[in-house]
Design a binder for this molecule. Structure first.
Ligand code: BG6
Length: 509
């Protein structure tokens, strides 16, 4: 019998977590309302949450449980993937929603929280199992984790008993030093296997499908290497600007915001060796090897391999867009990059001298995340010496219109042999009849199950920073700033030149 939703059926059959108390620190914030509670509700509506699963919000504002539930219902009405919200599902879900008001820095609040959790263990069967979601600004992370430890709210997995896990949101530092400091604090209270560092790109269905595509099919691995691949392109383009996050973005820039985490995760998945098992450490061991093999930026010559840009006034999708420097809480002389393009090499046996071109930017013409593998041309122009042959391109569309396509040359109909590129396509929505679930749904479920395959390990984070730090420092100390590009274009000309110098051009996804 075929299943209507094979992905969901797999999860239901094999993997039902035990009910736990999921505590959200920062429950009054944007992430909770836009992503976390809607994702949890969607899991409930798909029947993937265990009976008794409990969610406790913790933040400074005073709310009763009832007021918190009402606010979360509004959040789901606005943001849940599975809408309209079903009243019966909601009623059941809301019975497991509670709220405790308290400061991140004061122990009284944690004492009240501990009492609430103990009560939930009695009434909802959560058995002392705890997941702490730190949706808090990074400066609060040390305090929250230290107080949790001091209040006896963290169970050491080395001794028998219920699990404690902690979920940490990015940014994991802003350079190697701060990332190491954060990690040191984390392992002061938790063991590495209790720590779930979220990179929401890993929760995207199509990102996970990269592994299935590569390693569940016999044919692709045979040409997934320097012998057949000419180069690889990765694009994370956004049409939005920095919106209300100008203050944060000023201290980050696109390289820290997108490349250090999301794009290096994509790059590792594309370039990694097959893991010995589909298991957290086996997969992450292979990913971190890719990061370790990234060629260092040559001191003083970064410009040959890296371009940064900043958007000026323009028009995106028909609407006027202000310059980055006029955004809220952005310095009018800012030199923060809102676009970056890098040419990267992975110095290992498989990829030696194959360029990987990465670009990420805000205020580009559209939102698209796309990976394309460009194959070497046929060795000899058999059909016509004068007619151009095209490279075969395998394009993996992460979002939107999720899918995979392969471009190849075909004979044009007619008595003469003329060729033209055509495309063979797999579209996620057509094949599976549904939009893929939200990344946070999958990641929250994986945390409840205790599987950290889709989370960043300490050495991944630190290796990524160690590689990027010299580039970021060189940009900071350089006398020049980013190249301007008009909002609504594909970045500065220098980004085109980065490929043109190699006789290549960016794919227009
Ligand atoms: C976040 C970045 O991690 O990812 C944002 O901080 C960015 O700046 C977002 O907009 C993009 O995520 P997605 O899922 O929309 O591609």
């Amino acid at each position: 019998m075929t299943s209507a939703n094979p992905l969901r059926e797999g999860l239901e059959q094999e993997r039902v977590p035990d009910a736990s108390c999921l505590v959200i620190f920062g429950a009054s914030g944007d992430l909770t309302q836009r992503k976390l509670i809607p994702a949890l509700y969607s899991l409930a509506s798909e029947g993937l949450l265990p009976a008794g699963q409990t969610i406790v919000g913790y933040a400074r504002p005073e709310f009763t449980d009832e007021a918190f539930r009402a606010a979360m219902r509004e959040a789901c009405d606005a943001h849940a993937r599975t809408r309209p919200v079903d009243d019966a599902v909601w009623e059941n879900f809301a019975r497991g929603l509670f709220y405790v008001s308290g400061e991140f820095t004061e122990r009284d609040g944690y004492v009240r929280l501990r009492e609430k959790l103990a009560e939930c263990d009695r009434t909802r069967g959560t058995g002392g199992r705890r997941i702490y979601y730190l949706a808090v600004p990074p400066q609060f992370f040390p305090t929250v984790s230290t107080i949790l430890g001091a209040e006896g709210m963290v169970h050491d997995p080395e001794t028998p008993g219920p699990f404690t896990r902690v979920i940490i949101e990015k940014p994991f530092g802003r350079d190697l030093q701060t990332a190491e400091d954060l990690n040191r604090v984390a392992v002061g209270t938790f063991r590495e296997r209790q720590i779930f560092r979220i990179d929401h790109y890993l929760g995207k269905e199509t990102v996970q499908n990269l592994l299935v595509f590569r390693f569940s099919n016999g044919i692709f691995e045979s040409f997934w290497n320097r012998q057949y691949v000419d180069h690889v392109q990765l694009t994370v383009a956004e049409s939005i600007g920095v919106e209300k996050r100008g203050g944060y973005f000023e201290t980050a820039g696109i390289t820290r915001d997108i490349i250090q985490n999301h794009m290096l995760q994509l790059l590792s998945l594309v370039a990694m060796e097959p893991p010995v098992a589909f298991e957290a450490n086996a997969v992450r061991d292979e990913k971190v090897k890719v990061l370790r093999a990234l060629r260092e930026f040559p001191g003083g010559h970064e410009g040959d391999l890296a371009v940064r840009g900043q958007y000026t006034e323009g028009s995106v999708l028909g609407d006027h867009a202000a310059a980055y420097r006029s955004e809220e809480r952005v310095d009018s002389q800012s030199r923060t990059e809102t676009f970056a393009a890098l040419k990267v090499f992975i110095d290992n046996w498989r990829w030696a001298d194959v360029p990987f071109y990465l670009r990420a930017g805000k205020r580009l013409p559209k939102r698209v995340t796309d990976i394309s593998i460009h194959f070497r041309q046929a060795p000899f122009p058999l059909f016509s010496r004068t007619m151009r042959t095209h490279s075969n391109v395998l394009a993996i569309r992460i979002q939107p219109d999720e899918g995979i396509s392969l471009k190849f040359d075909s004979k044009l109909p007619g008595p003469t042999v003329r060729t033209a590129p055509v495309t063979m396509e797999f579209r996620y929505a057509t094949s599976f009849g549904a939009e893929p679930p939200e990344a946070y749904e999958r990641l929250l479920l994986e945390t409840m199950l205790g599987d950290s395959t889709l989370f960043a390990r300490r050495d991944e984070v630190e290796t990524a920073w160690a590689w990027l730090d010299p580039l970021l420092k060189s940009w900071e100390s350089s006398g020049t700033g980013p190249h301007p590009y008009a909002a609504g274009t594909w970045g500065p000309d220098a980004a085109e030149e980065l490929l043109a110098r190699d006789g290549r051009h960016w794919r227009r996804p």
